[in-house]
Design a protein around this ligand. Sequence first.
Ligand code: SF4
Ligand code: SF4
Length: 382
Amino acid sequence: MEIVSLIGCKDYEYDQLKTCIKETFENLGGIEKYISRGETVLLKVNLLMKKRPEEATTTHPKFVKALADELIDYGAKVIIGDSPGGPFNKKILQGIYSICGYEEIAKDLPVVLNYNTNSVEISNEEGLILKRIKGIEVLKEVDKVISVSKLKTHGMMLFTGAVKNMFGIVAGLEKAEYHVRMPNNVDFSNALVDICLAAKPILSFMDGIVGMEGAGPSGGDPREVGVVIGSTSPYHLDVAATTIIGIEPTKVPTIERCVERELCKGNFEDIELKGENIEKFIVNDFVVPEIRSLDLLEGKIPKFLRDILNGLLQPKPVFMHDQCIGCRDCANNCPPRVIEMVNKKPMVNLDECIRCFCCQELCPVQAVHIYRPLLMKWLAKL
Ligand code: SF4
Ligand code: SF4
């Protein structure tokens, strides 16, 4: 059995948040069960891109501060880090820490914001398809890792939680390579599980106070959910979090892979819930994106038909040139490099597009939309 703790927290008022984080640690058995005094802990947060805390794209800085505060009080050292979308260098990290509100944490507490942008090879014996990972070097500098994710939907993966959060231990543009090498959902979600296994988070926390619904992980809308989630297992945390936002857990590709690999059951049979009743937090009308790949119809229609439909009815990125500010972020971060800037506007070669939707994820002004044929919408509901 793995523990999942749920504590109600209506906003980011700091004293209240600190109490909720303290209670969460207690529900998980106490910090001392997992971390020794003097050890260094990496808080692996979600810093996808430069977004203000109230946009609900990144883990809220007050949430991270309260967690760091508790660990420091206990006697641990804290490093905060992520390898966001796009290139991984000091200048970009500086901009992200500043806009996302993380510089304030470092002003108030003796924490280190990671600026080490080197990468190291990490062997991954438990990996199914990734036996070696090019990870961020800071992983080798710390004794323990805690996943500190944000409760959000995700266009390609339906949901981004504690497991997908660990994709950010992969160094910089290497993440794009993984998209190219594993364009289908099953392989890619297995890779995400492999990466989580390699990172070995000792505990997982999720900022579910204000989540993101709709076109996550960056273009959706903030939605109050009011919960701090903590768990001894990232796999089990994701089962509880998806249940709260009304997604059947096994519809999420990463959770489906975890069930296949016997990392969790995909339901509450192997979860010991602590804290408040989960029913209190369930949001029945949380807006969830439509599934964007017919790969998710695997097993529901014959393969030959799925292949034909995949070719004809694939969703595709559409660039809204009237909204586009010509920043080139989509072109610079497109894994197979199929976006060309013509007169400062992006043009895509759809024949070579792998439908990873990184362009939509990283566009700072939501100028990339996903067009999905009506027939596909209907099929995806089957
Ligand atoms: S990322 Fe968005 S704003 Fe920037 S060039 Fe691409 S479409 Fe335009
Ligand atoms: S155009 Fe967009 S969806 Fe297509 S491969 Fe590039 S980043 Fe991915």
